[in-house]
Write a protein of this length. Sequence first.
Length: 160
Amino acid sequence: MRSLGSVGLDGATGRASLHTLFSTFPRGRPGAGLLLLRAAVGITAASEGLFCLGEISSSSGHSAAEWTFGVALIVSGAALVLGCLTPIAGFLAALCFLAIYLKWVPGFATGAHDASVLAFGGMVAAISIVLIGPGAFSLDAYLFGRREIVIPPSVHPPEP
C-alpha cells in the first residue's frame, strides 16, 4: 500500500497520479493556519522578488540570471498565496531563499538590505509548506482535492 504523499504509478493505467503531490487538505483552524503560512511566505517571496527587480532596473550590468531569480521569486510567491501547485512553488521559493541566505545573489548581499535572516525563516517555512500540503483553502484543494463519488441506483435489479 502506498502513502498519499508518495509519488508513484497508478496501478490501473500505469501513469503517475496527480493527487500524490498533495498529502492533505485540512479544513477548519488547521486549514486557516496553512492559508496564513502560505500567505506570509508568498508575500515575502513576491516582495523580495520585486525588490530584486527594482535593484536590477535601477542599476546597469545585471545578468539574465538575476532577472530570472527575481521573476522566480514573484511567480513562486504568487503561486503560494493562491495555493496553486503548492509543493512545486514552495520548493522553488525555498531554493530562492537558500540562494539569498548563502549570498549567491549579489543584490541581496550588499547595501542596507541584508535579507539573510529573513531568507532563513522563509526557507524553513517554505519547506514546511511543501511537507504539510496546501490545505483546504487553496486552488490545489479545489482542483485536486477529495471528491465524493455518487453512484446512482441501478435500473436493472441484480441477477440471482
